[in-house]
Write a protein that binds this ligand. Structure first.
Ligand code: FRU
Length: 907
């Protein structure tokens, strides 16, 4: 991470290093100036700065002492402290103290350049200045000549302690020696300053008055004295000569041009030369120790030319300075822009690096995210797998449970049919031979059935374990199939079923396992018989198609729904139909057997039209392994299809029977057994399905219903519920019969409104006892209902029925023509239904009930009204008062009049 921040910094330093490599070493030049207050010193500084523009690696540290020697000394020391590389000094005075200060600098190894004024030491590297003695001489010679060798001079000195003042004076004196009549009449101290000069001049006006000429050590003092003289009116008498002849405004050349000064002598500042010398020293080059600058005389004779020249020069210098400033500005701008560029570049690099870093992080994140997603997907996949496995396990468990439940159901019915007749025979004292034979054949048939079930289960177990092996041999399949069909002949005749074996082939040799194919065909035919009604047809067709033998078992029975068809061969399918051997174990096993033959079995069916099972077996034996052809031809042994006498559905009621019972049971044997066992005591009606049972209930209104729970289509629970919620039938008690002993079925049965519940295999005595108790309970209830027709608590449907019935009868009591016919129509019932219902609820006929209500009304009117007998008879619906009296006496053992008179009677 850190490297991304160091990288731009590194770049930054590299760029700067390259840049400074191109730059030269920088120097600091200290400049101690005695004063900066006048034009001449300003001019000197300008020259220096101008020269420095050619040396950008030099900087000038400038100090102005303001004419103070002490200040100058301390400033020199502070410049040294600031770390200057060279000192330029223009000393205020030639004093010892300044000299010592300069010497100490020089001794520290800092080069020293002395400019203009001198010091009393050799401790400096170079001196730059004009020859002041010579300038003094030039001035003396000029004055002597100007005064034509005779006259008086007032000399105004610069600072007497400074070398130029001393040397100029000396030069003047020397030159004047040649003009003995020219005398210096007065020497005044102007200290190089205009104001000081004015002051001393004003103080010595008398000396000025007596003089012809004023010589000042510089031009500015000359101006000062001139102004004082002019004010005193001496300006016409005096002539003024100065030194410096500085160009530009307010300076010597200007004064000469204006006629203030007669002449002046050029005293160059030496600023440019001082910098040039300093640079040479610092660059290690040799310099001249004393550099004398030239002077010239400036007066009216050359002032114009000089002034023009110097003005031009100044203007040029001004331009140069301007351009230099511009260059500085540009340099600064360039430097700023360069820095900005560097900064921008640096920032750009940082941004790029950060961007790259962010990109890297995003990539990392995406990669992590992808990894996570992959892991997620894997986890989800695993979860799905686990779920699938657990679902499979759950389904397997459910299948297993369903299988157990199915097996127990399948075992219970034949067991019931073995146990029940056996118990019956054991309990009876006298058994007729016919009854004995019939019971034993029922036992035998169901024992066979159990055996078949057990064998099928063992076979299935073998297919599951992969232990079932084909033992094929070459046999005539036509004869084989014909024999099996023959076994069903008797059954078909009994049920008036058109059973046919249809084939065009007299013989067909096929490799097959006789034992297994026998089971398959037996199963398919049993199945067809199960679902084909009396008078239907069952055909077995045999033919050859595409080198395969095709066997079809067709029936025109009830057929299957598409869903039932799709699962016909599934072992545990629990679709709309409950399991049974015909379409449970048997078909599942048949498919396994056919597969062993490398054959194929399928079913086509249409609900209500019939079913066709088609089986294809390959011809020849090339498809079989040698060990699969080890079978021996098995002669078909006719299947034992025991039979018991069919019991007619409806038995003629025997006199003395205690009521009508309806048995709804799909298992033919069990149904028939129940019918035969119960018909001694009751009138028995029997139906094989819930739908048919319901039709029979509506039509016959039985006294009690015994129904199996597991019925195809409308099951026992639904039938109970339908019976108990329809007010035409709601009074009929229901006993549910089933192989299922589980609690939930009891609860379901109770919820549906069942009155009793009997688990298979059942004990006949227990069943008969339950029937008796249920009917006795019903009777008790009837009596209660009868005592007070409608007010008693009971089934809501019953109360509603009785309320409606009683209301209709009371409303129509006076209408003689209103009878049972009209009443049943008004109640939405048939006559039989009304009759049965009333009989069942109130244990009396509907006619009796009419009479009861008339009687009740009559009793009420007799007690609560003063109407005549005839009126009461009419209102209570009796055809005549005579019949009323007879009827009343018959039922109450009192005449109506006696009843009216009796003290207290319960209504
Ligand atoms: C300026 C000045 C000049 C003169 C020089 C002598 O300060 O007075 O006018 O020539 O100094 O040092």
């Amino acid at each position: 991470m850190m490297k991304y921040f160091f990288l731009p910094l590194l770049l930054w330093f590299t760029l700067n290093a390259c840049n400074s490599g191109q730059q030269r070493k920088t120097y600091r030049i200290g400049f101690s100036q005695c004063t900066g207050a006048d034009e001449w010193r300003r001019y000197m500084l300008n020259e220096m700065n101008r020269e420095l523009t050619f040396h950008p690696n030099y900087t000038l540290l400038y100090q102005d002492a303001g004419n103070s020697t002490d200040r100058q000394i301390s400033q020199i020391h502070s410049l040294v402290d600031e770390g200057i590389d060279l000192l330029i000094v223009s000393p205020n005075e030639t004093s010892t103290s300044i000299t010592q200060a300069v010497e100490s600098v020089f001794k520290k190894g800092i080069p020293v350049v002395v400019i203009d004024r001198k010091i009393e030491t050799e401790s400096y590297n170079a001196y730059i200045g004009a020859d002041n003695v010579e300038i003094g001489r030039m001035a003396g010679a000029y004055i002597g000549n100007l005064l034509n060798g005779k006259g008086r001079i007032v000399e105004v000195w610069g600072l007497p302690g400074s070398s130029p003042a001393q040397e100029r004076h000396r030069g003047l004196r020397e030159a004047l020696t040649r003009y003995p009549q020219v005398q210096i009449s007065k020497e005044l101290n102007g200290q190089w300053e205009k104001d000081t000069a004015r002051r001393v001049a004003a103080a010595h006006l008398s000396d000025l008055k007596a003089a012809d000429l004023v010589f000042t050590h510089n031009d500015v003092m000359g101006l000062g004295v001139y102004e004082v003289s002019k004010a005193a009116g001496l300006d016409k008498q005096l002539r003024f000569v100065g030194i410096d002849a500085l160009p530009g405004p307010n300076a010597g050349m200007q004064f000469i041009n204006e006629g203030i000064l007669t002449a002046s002598f050029l005293y160059p500042t030496g600023g440019q030369e001082a910098i040039e010398t300093a640079v040479r020293i610092l660059e290690g080059k040799s310099v001249k120790r004393d550099n004398m600058l030239n002077s010239i005389q400036v007066d009216a004779s050359n002032i114009r030319a000089l002034k023009a020249q110097t003005d031009k020069l100044l203007a040029q210098q001004y331009d140069i300075e301007k351009q230099s400033r511009r260059i500085d500005e540009l340099t600064r701008t360039y430097s700023t822009q360069r820095n900005t560029l560097y900064l921008t570049l640096g920032s750009l690099v940082i941004v790029l690096v950060l961007g790259a870093w962010a990109l890297y992080l995003v990539r990392e994140k995406q990669a992590a995210y992808r990894k996570l997603e992959k892991q997620n997907a894997e986890i989800l996949e695993q979860k799905d797998k686990i779920e699938a496995v657990s679902k499979q396990a759950r389904l397997a468990t459910e299948d297993k449970l369903r299988f157990y439940s199915y097996i127990s159901h399948e075992f219970n019915t034949p067991l019931s049919l073995i146990l029940t007749p056996t118990e019956d025979l054991l309990t009876k004292k006298n058994v007729s031979p016919h009854e004995l034979k019939s019971s034993l054949s029922l036992v035998q048939k169901n024992a066979h059935r159990l055996l078949r079930l057990v064998n099928q289960m063992l076979d299935l177990r073998k297919t599951d374990a992969g232990k079932l092996v084909l033992k094929a041999s070459e046999q005539d399949i036509v004869a084989f199939a014909r024999d099996i069909v023959q076994d069903f002949r008797r059954k078909a005749d009994k049920q008036r079923i058109d059973l046919q074996f249809i084939t065009a082939r007299p013989e067909l040799m096929v490799w097959f396992d006789g034992e297994k194919l026998d089971k398959v065909l037996f199963n398919l035919l049993s199945n067809a018989f199960k679902y084909t009604p009396k008078g239907g047809l069952i055909h077995l067709l045999l033919d050859v198609r595409d080198n395969q033998v095709m066997i079809q078992v067709q029936d025109n029975g009830e057929g299957m729904t598409p869903e039932e068809q799709a699962h016909a061969f599934d072992l545990f399918f629990s679709g709309t139909k409950p399991f049974n051997l015909g379409n449970g174990l048997g078909l599942a096993l048949s498919r396994e057997f056919v597969s062993l033959h490398q054959g194929y079995i399928d079913v086509q069916s249409e609900k209500g039209k019939g079913t066709t099972f088609t089986m294809l077996l390959p011809l020849g034996n090339t498809h079989l392994a040698p060990e699969e052809m080890a079978g021996t031809p098995l002669a078909h042994t006719p299947m034992a299809l025991p039979d018991i006498e069919e019991v007619p559905k409806k038995l003629v009621p025997a006199s003395g029977r205690k009521g009508t019972l309806l048995v709804v049971e799909d298992h033919d044997d069990l149904r028939q057994f129940l019918v035969s066992r119960l018909s001694d005591e009751y009138e028995i009606l029997a139906e094989p399905t819930g739908e048919k049972g319901w039709e029979r209930i509506l039509e016959a209104v039985p006294d009690l219903i015994i129904s199996d729970i597991m019925l195809p289509g409308l099951d026992g629970l639904q039938l109970t519920q339908r019976t108990k919620t329809d007010f035409r039938t709601s009074h009929i008690p229901v006993i549910l019969l089933t192989a299922k002993g589980q609690m939930e079925h009891r609860i379901e049965g109770t919820r549906a409104g069942a009155d009793a519940y009997i688990a298979k295999p059942f004990n006949t005595t227990h069943l008969i006892e339950t029937i008796r108790t249920t009917l006795a309970n019903r009777e008790k209830w009837q009596r209660r209902m009868n005592t007070d027709f409608v007010s008693q608590s009971g089934n809501r449907q019953e109360k509603k029925f009785l309320n409606e019935l009683t209301a209709l009868i009371e409303q129509n009591l006076t209408d003689n023509s209103y009878g049972v016919e009209q009443l049943s129509r008004d109640m939405g019932l048939s006559r039989v239904q009304l009759y049965r219902k009333v009989q069942a609820l109130l244990d009396m006929t509907i006619t009796d009930y009419f009479a009861q209500i008339r009687l009740k009304k009559a009793k009420y009117l007799l007690k609560e009204s003063t109407r005549t007998m005839a009126e009461i008879a009419y209102e209570a619906g009796f055809s005549s008062p005579a019949y009323f009296t007879t009827f009343f006496k018959q039922h109450t053992q009192q005449t109506p009049s006696e009843y009216r008179r009796s003290p207290s009677v319960n209504a």
